[in-house]
Design a binder for this molecule. Structure first.
Ligand SMILES: *Cc1c(COP(=O)(O)O)cnc(C)c1O
Length: 456
């Protein structure tokens, strides 16, 4: 019978499946309370014991004492940060991945995972206009996607410039690049060329001016553009920066963790066409492509360059690398920082395959449409004012006369009343309100309620 810990407990199985069925059928998913919910630490402390507790009882503890202390990121009322709105099919398939313990580390072990994931990656690369042969892996999120890409960018830049001190190579970024780009450069010990921009958009003009003023411009080996900044949804000049990078033999990385999903938007895909110049491109399916956390699609124009920089070498891993150069076995671990990897691309793959591309197009478009409607509503309200025009699905606006404390109180109140989860942000030093739309089931009524709640 084996060790009792590895026996299937039918009663617990039924209880967990019932819990999952209940969550999956909630419409809408309730917001719940996050850190505003008090947790009884005493009860939690009693849970881990020498002999183990009754599993159904612990599950009930979780349901009542811990689950409400998590704001449901998949609720249509979650409009803070960047929401996550997994399709039901993606959540269901995540259960398949979990229950099968699906591993996606190497071709040798997991060809069935890798083939499906690569189908999804190729689809995204093609939509983004990258050439056939582009590929990579699904990694844990945009931060690791950026770090992996910039590691390759740095190594390729160093190799191209044997004349330079390897520690001197730099990467051009704008001040509005995501914080994970700065963190990646910190980890890589690479100095940025920090480009100042007009109105927060990284343009070719801004890059050229920064390079012209820099005495060590020959050290710059890569350019990072953002396809949809997180705070404001701004799309950098992908076409200008990308073609410049191509002409000058610089690595071009496009961070589309949030906004890259607009390759599915019938109205906004043309603004994404400059991604076709990218040497590396990331988009997080766990953001605007409706997959569960945590999942980033990382695609390289020439995967062999990434493999050279990132494949782990160890004698026990040699069997994974026995292909020749033209016909390599495809190991996801060769393209990112991590080695062991759950099959995290499969829920996205399953959702795309079962819902179809057209459903993705209309769901992505819906968030942009709602941002536009919200902008109209704000422009018509006397107490409110747009900070800048909405971009992609992000709306930045101010309540005339409010202090930062007042925004915070309002944010807490909205969650307390279970109306929405909205957090203020800063724009040029000023505390302002921010709505990030993503869930297609967020309604205009919700927006009306939020706007009205700002009257007093
Ligand atoms: C969210 C985001 C990231 C970081 O992605 P994680 O998945 O949270 O690690 C990077 N860049 C941009 C533009 C983002 O919006």
């Amino acid at each position: 019978m084996g060790h009792q810990m590895f026996n299937y407990d039918e009663e617990l199985g039924e209880a967990v499946f019932a819990y999952c069925r209940e969550r999956l059928s909630m419409d809408p998913v309730p917001l719940d309370f996050g850190s505003a919910f008090d947790i009884d630490d005493e009860r939690i402390r009693e849970l881990i014991t020498r002999d183990g507790r009754d599993p159904v009882e612990v599950l009930e503890h979780f349901r009542h004492d811990l689950a409400p202390a998590v704001v449901s990121i998949d609720s249509p009322g979650f409009l803070a940060f960047i929401p996550n709105a997994p399709t039901k099919n993606s959540l269901l398939f995540d259960m398949v991945v979990a229950c099968s313990g699906l591993n996606g580390t190497s071709w040798l072990e997991s060809r069935g995972v890798v083939v499906a994931e690569n189908q999804a990656l190729s689809f995204l690369a093609e939509r983004a206009g990258m050439p056939a042969g582009a590929g990579g892996a699904f990694v844990s999120g945009g931060s690791i996607g950026n770090l992996s890409s910039l590691t390759v960018a740095r190594d390729v830049g160093r190799a191209k410039h044997p004349d330079l001190d390897p520690r001197s190579v730099r990467i051009a970024i704008s001040a509005d690049a995501h914080s994970s780009i700065g963190k990646a450069l910190h980890v890589l010990d690479v100095e940025p060329l920090l480009v100042t921009t007009d109105d927060h958009r990284f343009t070719l003009g801004a890059l050229e001016a920064a390079l012209a003023n820099d005495p060590h411009r020959e050290n710059v080996v890569a350019v990072v553009a953002t396809a949809g900044t997180t705070n404001a949804g701004i799309i950098d000049d992908l076409e200008g920066l990308g073609s410049y990078a191509r002409e000058h033999d610089l690595w071009f990385h496009v961070d589309g963790a949030y906004g890259g999903a607009a390759i599915f938007s019938p109205t906004h895909a043309p603004l994404m066409s400059g991604i076709r110049h990218a040497d590396s491109f990331i988009v997080d399916p766990h953001k605007w492509l409706f997959a569960p956390l945590d999942c980033c699609a990382l695609v390289y124009r020439q995967p062999s360059l990434a493999r050279k920089a990132l494949a782990q070498q160890a004698s026990y891993l040699d069997v994974l690398h026995e292909g020749d150069d033209d016909h390599y076995d495809w190991n996801p671990s060769d393209f990112g920082i991590q080695l062991s990897r759950r099959a995290r691309g499969l829920p996205f793959w399953f959702s795309l395959a079962t819902n179809g591309v057209a459903a993705y197009e209309s769901a992505v478009e819906r968030a942009i449409t709602l941002a536009g409607l919200t902008e109209t509503l704000i422009n018509e309200a006397d107490h409110l004012e747009m900070v800048r025009p909405s971009s992609l699905s992000v709306v930045l606006f101010r309540r005339r006369g409010w202090s930062p404390e007042r925004y915070n109180e309002w944010s807490k109140w909205l969650l307390h009343e279970q109306i929405a989860f909205v957090t203020p942000t800063k724009w040029e030093g000023e505390t302002v309100a921010r709505l990030a739309f993503l869930h297609p089931n967020t309604t205009e009524e919700m927006v009306h309620q939020i706007v009205d709640s700002m009257r007093d």
